[in-house]
Design a protein around this ligand. Structure first.
Ligand SMILES: OC[C@@H]1[C@@H](O)[C@H](O)[C@@H](O)c2nc(CNc3ccccc3)cn21
Length: 446
């Protein structure tokens, strides 16, 4: 029976724009996701995060759910425009008070706060001045981070500078499916560079402020498998591994963007200015842990697609989630092993893993999400194998505590251990809530 170490951290994760609501209350400034969701056509089901789970007003009820779940830690993000409505300068005290109240309730419940500084809700005022393409946002982020390190100097267990810089860069600035909705590969490359620089400045500030806790960054990593063992499919998989994984792993742990990708982008007309020695050191300064968000793998072959010349495949024999993502638990083992061996991070936390399902209450108001239990079990067993083989993994966070606003899909995709009825905002614990409660309590997966 696989037991996790006694001090292994089990938690759940959320993010500010996805759960808080109160989008324009108590002095909060507009974010790029407020603007993006208010723009017709951007969100598949036409909903917004204006109310979402109304966590801003219901956080005490939600902390009570966390306490009942028995988690060791709770990962949430701070809404930058709730603290600095214009991105920098004037502080919104009521915004700061909300997070002080939240961390206070967590402390009372014996739950460790894990804070993500940036989970995609950039102040719109900064976007109006170029957003992540601009040096001003890099500097503003460093100020925002330093302010939070000073304001929560002792309360936070883990600090995560950025959630998934790959998504911010390429889904937000190339694919255009996320805010700010740009479709410009050159912008996406510039954004990825600035996100890394801002991460480095934040880590520097963390060390200077002598803040308690640990600091790291969270990447969404996906194993990339070639569709066949043909030379061209293997090369296509290598290109995708560079695009999805090594583009951020290499600068963070080796101080350089991957050479093969720089050459490929240059060949495609996207020359990126070299990082200076100072920039390389800033980005690659030591961090205390790497956060990994794992959901699925990718299977690719040679294709005619514009920049990457790849085609994606969905293996017919696999099962898929409500997001259309393949269920591939071994991928969690693979990515942890690969990152541990190739990049030697000090520590690893699985900061997100979960599944979207078309959950609905039955005639008795219960939600029997057995498929979510099966997904979480299989991924925890895969993770346990990596831990058993000596990989430095110290914790695991389910995405998500409760159903929430799923970005471009709106409220239609449900990832929660707790169901949210968006007409009444009632929370209903799913079967997976009670299953995970037992795992957290026993540190055992059966
Ligand atoms: O989609 C589920 C979650 C999402 O709600 C979180 O805010 C975000 O951190 C998150 N990242 C992924 C995995 N990566 C990803 C890949 C392509 C598009 C968007 C996200 C899944 N999720």
């Amino acid at each position: 029976m696989p037991y996790f170490p006694e001090d292994f951290i089990f938690g759940v994760a959320t993010a500010s724009y996805q759960i808080e609501g109160a989008w324009n209350e108590d002095g909060k400034g507009e974010s790029i996701w407020d603007r993006f969701a208010h723009t017709p056509g951007n969100i598949q089901d036409g909903t917004t995060g204006d109310v979402a789970c109304d966590h801003y007003h219901r956080f005490e009820e939600d902390v009570a759910l966390l306490k009942e779940l028995g988690v060791d830690a709770y990962r949430f993000s701070i809404s930058w425009p709730r603290i600095f409505p214009e991105g920098r300068g004037r502080v919104n005290e009521k915004g700061l008070d909300f997070y002080r109240s939240l961390t206070g309730k967590l402390q009372e419940a014996g739950i460790k706060p894990v804070v993500t500084l940036y989970h995609w809700d950039l102040p719109q005022k900064l976007q109006d001045k170029g957003g992540w393409e601009s040096q001003e946002t890099v500097e503003a982020f460093a100020e925002y981070a330093r302010f939070l390190f000073q304001s929560f100097a002792k309360e936070v267990f883990l600090w995560i500078t950025h959630n998934e810089p790959w998504v911010v860069s390429f889904v937000g600035h190339y694919e255009g499916r996320h805010a700010p909705g740009k479709r410009d590969f050159k912008s996406a490359l510039q954004v990825s560079r600035n996100l890394l620089l801002s991460h480095g400045l934040a880590v520097q500030a963390f060390r200077e402020e002598k803040t308690l806790g640990s600091i790291g960054i969270t990447l969404n990593l996906t194993p990339v498998h070639p569709f066949s063992d043909s030379e061209e499919d293997i090369l296509a998989a290598k290109r995708c591994d560079g695009y999805f994984n090594r583009w951020f792993l290499d600068p963070l742990f080796k101080g350089e963007f991957p050479e093969d990708m720089l050459l490929w982008y240059e060949k495609k007309g996207f020359a990126l200015p070299q990082l200076s020695e100072e920039e390389k050191s800033l980005i690659a300064q030591p961090i205390d842990f790497l956060g990994i968000n794992y959901y699925f793998r990718r299977v690719v072959g040679k294709g005619e697609g514009a920049i990457f010349e790849v085609e994606f495949f969905n293996p017919p024999q696999s099962e898929y989630t409500d997001m259309g993502w393949e269920i591939y638990p071994e991928g969690l083992y693979e990515i942890v092993k690969r990152v541990s061996e190739e990049y030697q991070p000090e520590d690893i936390y699985i900061t997100e893993n979960g599944i979207a399902l078309p959950d609905q209450p039955d005639s008795k108001g219960r939600i029997n999400d057995q498929k979510r239990i099966d997904y979480l079990r299989s991924h925890l067993l895969a993770l346990h194998r990596a831990v058993d083989e000596g990989c430095p993994v110290s914790g695991y966070f389910v995405w998500s505590l409760m159903d929430n606003f799923e970005w471009g899909f709106g409220l239609s995709k449900r990832f929660g251990l707790v169901y949210v009825d968006y007409t009444t905002l009632q929370r209903i614990k799913k079967a997976s809530f009670y299953w995970y409660q037992k795992v957290v309590k026993s540190k055992r997966v059966d």
